[in-house]
Ligand binder design. Sequence first.
Ligand SMILES: Cc1cc2nc3c(=O)[nH]c(=O)nc-3n(C[C@H](O)[C@H](O)[C@H](O)COP(=O)(O)OP(=O)(O)OC[C@H]3O[C@@H](n4cnc5c(N)ncnc54)[C@H](O)[C@@H]3O)c2cc1C
Length: 428
Amino acid sequence: MEQAGQELESEVVVVGAGAAGLWAAERAARAGRSVLLVEKTPRAGTKVLASGGTRCNLTTTLGPKPAAALFGRHGARFLDTGFRVLPPSAVRARFEELGVPTVEAPLEKVFPASGRAVDVRDALLGAALAAGARIVYDAPVERIEARPDGTWTLLVAGGRRVHAPRVILCPGGKSYPRTGTTGDGYRWLDDLGLEEVEPVPALAPLASPAAWVRELAGISIQGGEARLVDAAGAVLARRRRPVLFTHRGVSGPGAMDLSEPVARARAAADRGGPPVALALRVDLLPDVTSDALRELLLAAAARPGSPPLSRVLPCEVPRRLLEAVVRQAGVRESDPRANQIERAARARLLDALKGLTIPVDGTLGFDWAEVTAGGLALGEVDPGSLAVKRHPGLFVIGELLDLQGPIGGLNFQAAFATAELAGVAAAR
Ligand SMILES: Cc1cc2nc3c(=O)[nH]c(=O)nc-3n(C[C@H](O)[C@H](O)[C@H](O)COP(=O)(O)OP(=O)(O)OC[C@H]3O[C@@H](n4cnc5c(N)ncnc54)[C@H](O)[C@@H]3O)c2cc1C
């Protein structure tokens, strides 16, 4: 490890030794360039260590196209080249080569077979160092300046300066700021006059103003489908993943994956715009149609000794959750017998079962957001090299880009794929 001096030089400088920075540094060093990684904190890959509940969901079992599609229309188009050059299967193969075999898990996840995020971090760091990259720690970059000769100077806290013809920026976003990512990169984008999409918390738990929601803390809906709806009932986004009730609202991938539009509405409301009028509507039984459910209820009502609702439903719904559904439907008994449910109440009950409405008015913010949505507008960057079009020699990768995927290894996949392209391009 190198002690930071007053003046440092390298052919390629990588700012931020996170997932993207470590990958890009290794790639550029392997291509024969001198590479210097400049890291703000005393260690590399802090978020890798914290990821996936310290197990690190490092990529997905999905193929490149369906994986890219989860980044939305613009994101998918932008990631097309990166995910073709470095598909999820190639990420797994690379870690296997580095001595970290991987295993598949439910919901299209991939983890190191050891279940240890530290193995992933160590493999990334070890590979970068073995390829010849050097690293300086405790070196927060404060400013980036273009020099008249077309090269770059980085001003590091404490008066140090780093010079390079090629600079790869990957300081992450501003989520989990306690890990070192406090949004420094956005300031540099501003200074460089680059277009940005407002950074907001994403993959964050949602806050709910409804007391009944918070009273269900600890209960989860495993097989449901969550839809984010506006005040008019229009569906803004949907995701079929577990939802967990918490003391502040709802969490779990089904809620967190839908948090970006909630964060944008919250940010607009905080600027004096209209109040947040959004709700999560959770279909508790997405595999059963309303018609089939109605038939089940009617058949049960016709049976002698008509059974209670809880025994008519095709799968078990936790008792307190079912009480909330029944209350939302305006039915007085907490577990009514099928033959006690009037026609109008039955329709409301079906609505509540197929769309339990949970009002949400914000997220728990950057402190609890797994990623930052927004960042450098994708139009500023060449998707084949990650070069910033208006600033030759500058590359932006990873979370600083306006790219965000749902939970499930997609964000590391995007960090690695963009790093692969930039590492090769910066070494060219
Ligand atoms: C709790 C948690 C769990 C997660 N789990 C997963 C998961 O299982 N799977 C998944 O795909 N994604 C997961 N993510 C998201 C994933 O961690 C990010 O998408 C990914 O780390 C982004 O990589 P990056 O290299 O762009 O940024 P980061 O990994 O955040 O790295 C940025 C680096 O830059 C450094 N830096 C910042 N500012 C400066 C500066 N001024 N000067 C020098 N260095 C600087 C930082 O210290 C950091 O080392 C998780 C995130 C969190 C917070």
